[in-house]
Design a protein around this ligand. Structure first.
Ligand SMILES: [Zn+2]
Length: 373
């Protein structure tokens, strides 16, 4: 099993210059390779066989023309190539993701990934981490890396508030006993744009709308930012202020979702959810604000790995499964049910709360898939 551990790092001046240079080089080769792929596609798009036979440029091909690429960690550049390949594969698997875009200095996350090759990435005591090209960087090891793990790679990133982090990916032998699922310890979750979810026990998450709380303040600071002169010192300061507000909200949301997913994982053995396309929902239903705010996707990610660590499981059911429209007592599907109908009466006489009915249906479908009676 793989697991990532994130720590704050404190590079000195020289190190932060090299880190930023690496961010720049990674972005540069990514954009060059993307331009190269696009050009080849344009030239050979009508000849599938010829298109297949074309060779794309690699980071090494750029090094003779751009000498400064040699100054940075070559594995970071190799990973940029892999990332581009993944972006292409994702696009061809699901076109709604959109064609890979050029990376921008200001809009995109600043990060690069490097691999461990026989100890090139390792902890030195509990105050330093060694990285290729950078030597030893001060690290705040707020919790130890678990013993008997092997470091596979590290991703170095910088937040818009100019803090540096390292995410260390480790591999370990998992010897986890699988928990046998039971009806009692299975919980169904139905997505709700209002409260994150409603579960099959009729509870909802009571989820604070983190962004809504600072919305007015954020708007005010953003307006100030747009009035500042471009390239001015005050603009940079104001940009920091806005970035700090965003960071605060993002951290609050993450903390909340970590605690929530921990509680759910401890209380149940199996969680059943619908396979939702969050991006499609945000666009299609114009719920962008509440959908993005409530972090349902993040909850799913946290649940998935927390359950897995305990030998438990997350079951996703088909997005076409009529969880809301089906009466859980008689199985009749109510095709007339509209999005705004919060309660409805089935032809069998059952009076149903839309969300609770859906959550119980989701639980039942999950149990059917797992073969639990
Ligand atoms: Zn019914």
């Amino acid at each position: 099993m793989n697991k990532a551990y994130i720590y704050r790092i404190y590079p000195n001046n020289e190190q932060s210059i090299l880190i930023n240079k690496t961010f720049g080089c990674v972005r540069f080769v990514y954009n060059q390779m993307l331009a190269n792929r696009k050009a080849i596609y344009e030239q050979y798009k009508d000849d599938k066989q010829a298109l297949k036979e074309q060779k794309y440029f690699t980071p090494a091909d750029y090094k003779s023309n751009y000498e400064w690429l040699k100054e940075v960690d070559s594995l970071a550049l190799a990973n940029a190539q892999l990332n581009l390949k993944t972006a292409y594969n994702n696009f061809f698997r699901d076109k709604s993701i959109g064609f890979p875009k050029f990376k921008s200095k200001h809009k995109d996350r600043k990060s690069y990934t490097t691999n461990n090759q026989g100890g090139t990435i390792r902890l030195i005591g509990n105050k330093l981490v060694r990285l290729p090209k950078l030597k030893d960087i001060a690290i705040k090891l707020h919790r130890p890396l678990p013993e008997k793990t092997k470091i596979k790679s590290a991703t170095i990133s910088q937040t818009p508030t100019e803090k540096y982090y390292i995410s260390i990916l480790v591999e370990y032998d998992a010897c986890i006993e699988q928990v046998t699922p039971t009806l009692e310890r299975t919980l169904g979750l139905d997505y709700s744009s209002k409260s994150l979810y409603v579960d099959s026990q009729a509870n909802s998450a009571d989820y604070p709308k983190f962004y809504r709380k600072v919305e007015a303040k954020l708007k005010k600071e953003q307006r100030k930012l747009s009035r500042r002169k471009k390239c001015g010192k005050n603009r940079d300061k104001q940009r920091q202020k806005v970035a700090k507000l965003h960071e605060k909200v993002a951290n609050q949301r993450k903390d909340f979702l970590h605690k929530l997913s921990r509680q759910i994982t401890n209380a149940y053995d199996t969680i059943v959810i619908e396979d939702l396309n969050m991006r499609g929902m945000a666009q299609g239903l114009k719920l962008a604000k509440s959908t993005n705010d409530n972090g349902y996707g993040m909850l799913k990610t946290f649940l998935q790995y927390k359950l897995k660590e305990q030998g438990k499981q997350l079951v996703t059911i088909d997005k076409w499964y009529p969880s809301s429209k089906m009466c859980r007592f008689c199985g009749t599907v109510n095709g007339e049910l509209k999005l705004g109908d919060r309660v409805w009466t089935c032809s069998c006489g059952a009076f149903l709360d839309r969300d609770i009915n859906a959550a119980i249906n989701i639980k039942n479908e999950g149990c059917r898939i797992l073969g639990i009676a």
